[in-house]
Design a protein around this ligand. Structure first.
Ligand code: NOJ
Length: 871
């Protein structure tokens, strides 16, 4: 049996940290909500949990849920809230079941780019690649593909998309799982992905909520303290929460909490974040699940709004202990956790299951993420487990390879192309260098969870990976097209290579990163050792080629920003492509561009600076030998391009940059007012609708007694208690400060999924005509940035991406008119005093810039004035 102890490594203690420190080390900006003199950054209490079900578009699902939950026993209810334990079933996590109502163990499975640890699946391009396409249709299409594959395998909840990390730290290990360093890019890509996934009936899971910007020191365990992301209210709303809000608005069915703390309260039991911001302000109607082993307290998390514990285990995994399961039964029976809270947890889970039609013909898992063998233990986490068929080898790939190739190709970002070196001709003499052009010499999928950097880099490492069903390497694809290519699949430059005048050297280099439970070449997830440089001395390989050859083309597969200054200005380095993380069609995508079948149309989803010290110091990786890491977001709104523009720092390539083999003209900009912004704040929200009601009486203890003749699996997590009748009420529990069961009126910024629906009123729409002025077909991206007026009374980044549209393939001379809609929210700042979004009345003073990158701006519209072409 090929049993993989995938998560045991999570327990590897990467930290000796023991004691939490109290106050943050840095004083905050105007931050009355999350900072006080005594405690530094702190997260105020927000109780009780708002019950789900008050929105009309969820009411049918909630009614169905209500009718079954009303008839459930305590054991059935608890079952659905808690995972069955680590490695206690086919999926990376599964709840218990309520079979009397047709509700099976709900299967939760990674991940954001394909179904993990199985076969017969597709390995799609990673999130960062999808972001680089700036193509909303491809974003959706990938979502449909992911959802369809999840359904085909019997996965109820697919654990993606990722929008946290947002990409604050360029060295952050998991930024490649998300879509790029901008809240609107993340938001739009997440919305498209979720809609696509959920159209298939699969429940999407947006993660990690929130502030999970670094891998090292992320987890709180019995011996470690996860770092605290200290985020002020405005930065939280305008950057990190923004994509989550859009995901909720898109109807996402589930949210995963982050491992870390936010403002010194662990995300899985942070009442302000879950009860206050997610469930009240954003009106989230689905369920909230922990990250794996991110559960740190039983009653505390229940009261803070958590609905599901995954994989169910408590402080020490794999021993049959849990903070919930039987403990949740006990805390309900003894009156500590109100029945109303448990009913809401279960109702949210069951309603979500109904909402996506999973009560009708939804397959059960037909695979095991624990082994690729046909037969194996059904519960590998139990030492003694029933044995049987665990893999039915269902192939779910469909024709998704076409989507993979289209995304990987349309993401490829041409940074530089001198003397029209690209595209190449099939008979051009080529010398291809770099291990990144070839296969993994140890074999396809030979590194668990892609935890190595060998061969072409198709994705980072960790839980956000999927096995490659096959791989087209650049070597394969170039070999298929070129009649004259010589391959040197090594990161060492060969001393004996023959150099001819007409040769073009094509050099493949890469930069990898991943999740913290695996360390690769000294990088514990984050790029601690490698920094922002190419791996395996890739810079030297490029320099060596540039010394010998007069034409060098560099192809880079990378997880995020990579420094290029060591060689990019060398005369012989003619062309540079960033191919991001392409998935299984890596080679075909790159040859589609190299040989000119398509013009490149990707754009950088982050800026590339000249040197790492150009970033704000506060976004460096944080480590300290003892105590809890306080990671204070002192740069506020100024990350990536927002920072570089503010500080007047010239970048090597700015956010949004990407060339084509042709050129485009943006002309005829026009702006029309749609819904007038008559007031600075949105109109008052509607009050909440009714939510399901249940009897609040504590159920009979017998409901969680072990059933007679029950065949227990050792270490499996059950809701049952040995002697439930002995549990009595009347004890005292130290409820958190501020705890109450009196419902709050909904916050003024709320009102529907995502927030007050008026925030999405289209205030203005902008049209531009894009013409292909060159002599090859190609696609252009119009990027829309807003510049907000100083009349808002707060300092605001000079440019903020809010919309984009991509043309179809335009032939030379052909034009397309693109329309971009700007909402009230797009023009608003978060007013920390009023606790609402504030826009400039009538949009006065707003400037709207349209261009091909954040610095290549071609047109500007002033509200109330005219649009003009930028000089
Ligand atoms: C931990 C990761 O942070 C999360 O993204 C993933 O879904 C779970 N493990 C389950 O594998």
């Amino acid at each position: 049996m090929a049993f993989r102890s995938t998560f045991l490594n999570i327990l590897v203690l990467t930290q000796l940290a023991i004691l939490p420190t109290s106050a943050a080390d840095q004083s905050p900006d105007l931050n009355p909500r999350f900072w006080n003199e005594d405690e530094g950054f702190s997260s105020p209490p927000y109780y009780p949990t708002p019950n789900g079900g008050w929105l009309p578009n969820w009411s049918e699902a909630y009614e169905k849920a209500h009718s079954v939950v009303s008839n459930m026993t305590l054991a059935e209810k608890v079952n659905l809230t808690t995972g069955t334990g680590f490695f206690m079933g086919p999926c990376v996590g599964q709840t218990g079941s309520a079979l009397r109502f047709g509700i099976p163990n709900i299967c939760l499975m990674d991940g954001p780019l394909g179904i993990r640890n199985t076969e017969g699946n597709t390995a799609f391009p990673a999130g960062i690649t999808v972001g680089a396409t700036f193509d909303k249709d491809l974003m959706y299409e990938r979502g449909v593909g992911l959802g369809g594959e999840a359904r085909g395998k019997g996965v109820n909840v697919l654990l993606g998309p990722v929008v946290g990390p947002l990409g604050r730290k360029p060295r952050g290990g998991r930024i490649w799982e998300a879509f790029g360093v901008d809240p609107s890019l993340q938001a739009i890509a997440a919305e498209r992905t979720i809609k696509g996934m959920q159209s298939t009936g699969t429940i999407a899971n947006i993660k990690h909520f929130i502030g999970n910007e670094q891998e090292m020191h992320r987890m709180t365990t019995v011996v470690t303290k996860g770092y605290s992301s200290n985020i002020d209210d405005r930065t939280l709303h305008e950057l990190y929460l923004w994509p989550f809000a859009e995901a909720v608005r898109a109807g996402v069915g589930s949210v995963m909490t982050a491992y870390n703390d936010v403002n010194n309260s662990v995300c899985s039991q942070n009442s302000m974040l879950i009860n206050g911001i997610l469930k009240d302000e954003l009106g989230f109607q689905g369920f909230v699940v922990t990250d794996w082993l991110g559960h740190v307290g039983g009653v505390s998390s229940a009261l803070a709004g958590l609905d599901m514990s995954m994989p169910g285990d408590g402080a020490v995994p794999l021993f049959g202990n849990s903070y919930w399961a039987y403990e949740l039964s006990r805390s309900v029976l003894n009156g500590t956790v109100p029945m109303e809270r448990l009913n809401d947890m279960v109702t949210r889970i069951v309603a979500t299951w109904y909402k996506f039609g999973q009560d009708k013909d939804y397959p059960l898992p037909n695979f095991s993420s624990n082994t690729l063998d046909e037969k194996g233990p059904l519960y590998p986490g139990a030492l003694f487990s029933p044995y049987g068929v665990v893999n039915k080898f269902v192939n779910v790939q469909d024709n998704h390879n076409a989507t993979v190739r289209a995304i990987a190709r349309d993401a490829i970002t041409l940074l530089k192309n001198e003397d029209n070196t690209l595209p190449l001709k099939p008979d051009d003499p080529l010398k291809v260098f770099g291990e990144d052009a070839g296969p993994n010499p140890d074999g396809l999928n030979s590194c668990k969870d892609m935890g190595c950097d060998k061969g072409v880099l198709t994705m980072g490492w960790g839980s956000g990976t999927a096995r490659l069903p096959y791989l087209i390497t650049p070597q394969d694809a170039i070999g298929n097209i070129s009649s004259n290519a010589e391959f040197h699949i090594s990161d060492d430059f060969p001393s004996d290579v023959e150099v001819n005048d007409n040769d073009t050297a094509v050099v493949f280099i890469n930069a990898d990163s991943g999740e913290n439970y695996i360390t690769v070449e000294g990088n514990p997830g984050d790029r601690k050792e490698a920094g922002l440089k190419a791996w395996h001395e890739g810079d030297d390989l490029v320099k060596a080629a540039a010394e010998k050859f007069s034409k060098v083309v560099v192809v880079i597969h990378t997880v995020g920003p990579i420094l290029l200054d060591e060689w990019i200005d060398q005369k012989s380095v003619k062309a540079v492509l960033v191919a991001h993380l392409p998935g299984q069609e890596a080679g075909n995508a790159v040859t589609d561009i190299l040989f000119g079948d398509y013009s490149p149309s990707g754009h950088l989803p982050y800026a590339i600076p000249h040197k790492e010290s150009d970033y704000p110091e506060s976004v460096n990786l944080k480590e300290q030998p003892l105590g809890k890491v306080q990671d204070t977001f002192t740069e506020g709104l100024y990350i990536d391009y927002r920072h570089f523009i503010k500080e007047n720092i010239t970048t090597r390539y700015q956010f949004g940059h990407g060339l084509s083999y042709t050129t485009f003209k943006i002309s005829e900009p026009s702006l029309s007012e749609e819904t007038p912004l008559n007031d600075a704040y949105p109109p008052p929200r509607k009050p909440k609708g009714p939510t399901p009601t249940y009897a609040s009486t504590i159920p009979p203890a017998s409901e969680v007694a072990w059933p007679e003749h029950f065949n227990r699996i050792w270490r499996y997590l059950y809701p049952y208690l040995d002697n439930p009748e002995a549990v009595t009420t009347g004890g005292s529990y130290p409820y958190p400060t501020g705890y109450t069961t009196d419902p709050k009126p909904g916050p003024r910024a709320g009102g529907a999924e995502g927030g007050n629906p008026a925030l999405w009123d289209v205030a203005f729409s902008v049209k531009v005509k894009v013409t292909n002025t060159g002599n090859r077909p190609g696609r252009a991206v119009a990027q829309l940035y807003v510049e907000l007026p100083s009349s808002l009374g707060v300092d605001t980044p000079a440019r903020q991406l809010r919309q984009f549209e991509k043309t179809k393939i335009l032939d030379p001379g052909e034009s397309e008119t693109l329309t971009m809609k700007i909402t009230r929210k797009d023009l608003s700042v978060w007013d920390v005093v009023v606790q609402d979004w504030k826009a400039p009345v009538k949009g006065e003073g707003v400037k709207i810039w349209i261009g091909e990158s954040v610095v290549d701006l071609r047109a500007v519209c002033e509200i109330g004035g005219k649009c003009s072409l930028a000089e």
